[in-house]
Design a protein around this ligand. Structure first.
Ligand SMILES: C[S@@+](CC[C@H](N)C(=O)[O-])C[C@H]1O[C@@H](n2cnc3c(N)ncnc32)[C@H](O)[C@@H]1O
Length: 309
């Protein structure tokens, strides 16, 4: 085991998961016409981040002065959850009844969509260290765990996701929607490959998987390398070093080898075209994170991917 993985294992929880929830809460507090309105993200934060987001002076000092260089990451975080939940809602309208959030962190889907409690089972898969805090925050914010939410503790580096999901009441016969946001770049290539194999082993054909990934350094424009290095140094200092990156072709080959078919890949320019037109209050997304949507083929199928309507 590498020392970087050991350092994550020793941490009480994922710091990057808190930062992402903070970004969603900050976006709703400070941007008019939010691209993604997560009204429960604030409840997931520590006192320090609540004060920082609410207080004008602390917000200026921490979010703008200290962390201002990372604002393109805020944009990526907001756009990827908007993209994901747009696709998820389409899938739910088409009949999908299971949502598996891989590396869920402080995602609040089950708290925001109580109207779906009877129709959609939500499985939050995460490292036990992060999930312990998540459970406490959900209980503090909501009084109870939503009846359709199941916590599934899994370390992608060592555990078998398919067995953990099967033990948790996941229905392998019914197609599911999987999201894997802000996670795969923190995993080793072996953990990504084995997790994909476990999804393919447990999920029904016609299931979907949406993820974001870091593109290979050789594809990052020269002028963006200093930003990329700075961001990687920050998360490494937080104990969560980035361990994996792909070209779009490499990722599609990896996915195809595990039984998935690409529906679409959304590079940063397309992310901006879809969600940022006419907005001057939000910086462009960084050049090095792509979104991608896949569907799980049936073992015998060579044909085209099933398409969301
Ligand atoms: C940046 S956070 C993203 C959280 C959430 N998906 C979001 O977008 O708000 C990364 C998440 O990956 C999880 N994670 C990292 N390494 C993991 C591992 N080896 N096994 C399980 N979860 C892991 C962390 O616990 C954390 O919740």
């Amino acid at each position: 085991m590498s020392s970087s993985k050991e350092s994550f294992r020793r941490r009480p929880k994922s710091t990057t998961a808190t930062l992402v929830a903070g970004i969603r809460a900050h976006h709703l507090r400070w941007n008019e016409s939010p691209i993604f309105a997560d009204a429960r993200a604030f409840d997931m934060l520590s006192l320090f981040w609540r004060l920082t987001i609410q207080n004008r002076l602390l917000n200026w000092l921490v979010v703008h002065k200290l962390l201002g260089a990372f604002h393109p990451i805020h944009t990526e975080n907001i756009l990827r959850i908007r993209y994901t939940e747009d696709r998820l809602q389409e899938a739910i309208r088409a009949g999908i009844s299971q949502y598996v959030i891989l590396g869920a962190g402080f995602d609040t889907f089950s708290l925001r969509h109580k109207e779906l409690a009877e129709r959609v089972r939500v499985f939050e898969v995460d490292h036990p260290a992060t999930q312990r805090i998540k459970r406490q925050r959900v209980l503090a914010a909501n009084g109870t765990i939503p009846p359709n939410l199941t916590f599934v503790p899994v370390d992608f580096e060592t555990d078998r996701l398919n067995e953990a999901l099967a033990r948790s009441g996941f229905d392998p016969q019914a197609p599911a929607f999987f999201s894997w946001l802000g996670v795969i770049y923190y995993l080793t290539p072996e953990a990504i490959r084995s997790t994909l194999a476990h999804i393919a082993a447990v999920a029904a054909p016609g299931s979907y998987l949406v993820l974001d990934y870091k593109i290979a350094r050789r594809l990052v424009p020269e002028e963006s390398i200093p930003f990329t290095d700075k961001m990687e140094r920050l998360v490494a200092r937080l104990g969560e070093p980035m361990l994996s990156e792909f070209t779009p072709q490499e990722l599609n080959d990896e996915m195809s080898g595990s039984g998935f078919m690409e529906i679409e890949t959304v590079p940063p320019a397309e992310q901006a075209r879809r969600y940022l037109q006419g907005r001057s209050d939000i910086v462009e997304p960084p050049p090095n994170f792509y979104f991608a949507l896949f569907s799980l083929k049936s073992p015998s199928a060579e044909g085209s991917a099933s398409r969301l309507p």
